[in-house]
Design a protein around this ligand. Structure first.
Ligand SMILES: Cc1ncc(C[n+]2csc(CCOP(=O)(O)OP(=O)(O)O)c2C)c(N)n1
Ligand code: SF4
Ligand SMILES: [Mg+2]
Length: 472
């Protein structure tokens, strides 16, 4: 069999990751351009011998399942974020070959700024940009690259520049930036242009292998399903519609003028990172806290309430204090659309060693600052766990009898005894630390200056924590 007809070695022989019973066919529609482009990339990966060293960044779009086909490393990313993730992957693994594979909706619409910033930074990555002038995956909506007059489900009367603007020529746009090394537009309409596509992909990969910097290959690619034409007619459609507006050619090629980029050695060493981030001031030795219940030694905590109740700050202070205690910590905030008056919660995981999973679905400890928070999260707390409730705003009380409860009217106490409800979070923090004994008490005081920017508020928060100790 001629080499061109063989399946490249960089493809899996059988697409075992696909849930379809047919492990030999791709999920693409008949006549789709994605499969052809995949083949060209896989052939180049074979020829350069880079498959074991390649990390394929799949976007959201019809090509989301890149990991079914390519026998290399993978990262699937949220819509439009491939260049940002590719940046992170490449910077942490400069020796890897990183391919950001993106559709036109992904690259030019939701990820428009991502690609421009990555190109402008001159990241040493290869971007394969599949321009089929439509959102294929979601059923054929208008993309920034949809042509004037083209009908889609969201432009049923044809794209009208007066309403939707003009199609964006991304290759030209990116080529005018200073940093990119190579930008070319190619097409899949005939054998000659497919050959040019194959060459352009190889060139872009070689640039990365040679550490020369950012390259992008825009490929005009068929979407017969979205264009509502047959696979055969899609080639003609491309020639008559896409190609007059999107001229083929090299828009930038400064490969010869550029020297290989210098990649700085990675710094993984903990002490150096602490120094770089100026965190060494924070690393302190504390007396071991008194023995605590096993579950509080490495708790998962959810803090929930209204925006404006200091929910996120409570989590931050707890995290900071835990870090000062030598723990590993994650803190994930989650806000409603409106910070003040809306709902907010945060999830804190404290571990003696690395945190495996930062999400808190089953909290060891729930701090419910208001009634909706208790209603929503009470059932999730692990048996034997702790629920801290702010009785000022939680009127129902805890219904479960298999959890520990720490309840006080924290908002009222803060208001009446400390003069402001604003320090209710520090009050609860003090009560929590005392009740669970999970951290050294001094650490919580030491955590304040890093996060309370108004210095004159620190003494009041200290007072609130001390009062909290007496409630715990
Ligand atoms: C954040 C987000 N917004 C919207 C979507 C819906 N969505 C999925 S794919 C897609 C467009 C894909 O079009 P394109 O990037 O051109 O890829 P194609 O399918 O045409 O190859 C959209 C809008 C999503 N998955 N995530
Ligand atoms: S919808 Fe279009 S882009 Fe998606 S698989 Fe089908 S032909 Fe390809
Ligand atoms: Mg598309």
């Amino acid at each position: 069999m001629g080499k061109l007809l063989q399946k490249p070695k960089s493809f899996y022989n059988e697409f075992f990751r696909s849930p379809s019973p047919d492990k030999l066919s791709t999920h693409y529609c008949p006549g789709c351009g994605h499969g052809v482009i995949h083949k060209y990339v896989a052939e180049a990966m074979d020829d350069f011998g880079i498959a074991d060293n390649t990390i394929w960044i799949s976007p959201v779009g019809c090509s989301v399942f890149g990991y079914y086909y390519f026998d290399c490393g993978h990262q699937q990313v949220p819509h439009g974020r491939a260049p940002a993730v590719a940046t992170g992957v490449k910077r942490s693994h400069p020796e890897a070959i990183v391919i950001s594979y993106q559709g036109d909706g992904d690259l030019a619409a939701i990820g428009g700024n991502n690609i421009i910033q990555a190109a402008n930074r001159g990241e040493n990555i290869t971007v394969i940009f599949v321009n089929n002038s439509i959102y294929g995956m979601t059923g054929g909506q208008m993309a920034p690259t949809t042509l004037v007059g083209q009908t889609t489900t969201t432009s049923p009367y044809g794209r009208n520049p007066a309403n939707e603007g003009y199609p964006m020529r991304m290759a030209e746009l990116i080529a005018q930036l200073e940093a990119p090394v190579y930008v070319e537009r190619v097409a899949l309409n005939n054998a000659q242009n497919r050959n040019k596509t194959r060459k352009a992909i190889r060139k872009a990969l070689k640039i990365q292998i040679d550490k020369k910097g950012f390259s992008l290959v825009e490929i005009l690619s068929q979407c017969p399903s979205g264009w509502k034409v047959s696979p055969v007619d899609s080639l003609k459609w491309m020639e008559e519609n896409q190609m007059p507006y999107f001229p083929l050619g090299v828009f930038k090629d400064v490969v010869e003028q550029r020297n290989p980029l210098e990649t700085k050695p990675r710094i993984w060493d903990k002490d150096t990172i602490i120094k770089m981030l100026d965190l060494d001031r924070q690393v302190k030795e504390y007396a071991k806290p008194n023995p605590t219940k096993d579950i509080y030694e490495q708790p998962k905590i959810k803090v929930a309430g209204f925006g404006g109740q200091g929910i996120l700050m409570l989590g931050v202070l707890l995290s900071e204090a835990a870090m000062l205690n030598g723990k590993q910590v994650t803190w994930i905030p989650s806000y409603g659309p409106e910070m003040r008056g809306g709902t907010a919660n945060c999830q804190v995981v404290i571990r003696n060693n690395k945190v495996g999973n930062p999400s808190v679905d089953k909290p060891t400890i729930l701090i419910a600052m208001n009634q909706p928070s208790l209603d929503r999260f009470e059932k999730d707390v692990i048996p034997g766990g702790l629920i801290v409730i702010n009785e000022t705003l939680v009127t129902s009380g805890v219904t479960r009898d298999d959890v520990d409860v720490l309840a006080h009217p924290f908002s009222d106490i803060a208001d009446k005894q400390l003069g402001t409800v604003k320090v209710q979070n520090s009050l609860i923090l003090g009560a929590l630390i005392k009740h669970t004994n999970m951290l050294d008490q001094q650490a919580i005081f030491d955590a304040l200056p890093a996060h309370i920017k108004k210095i004159d508020l620190i003494p009041l928060n200290k007072k609130a924590i001390e009062l909290g100790f007496s409630l715990g």
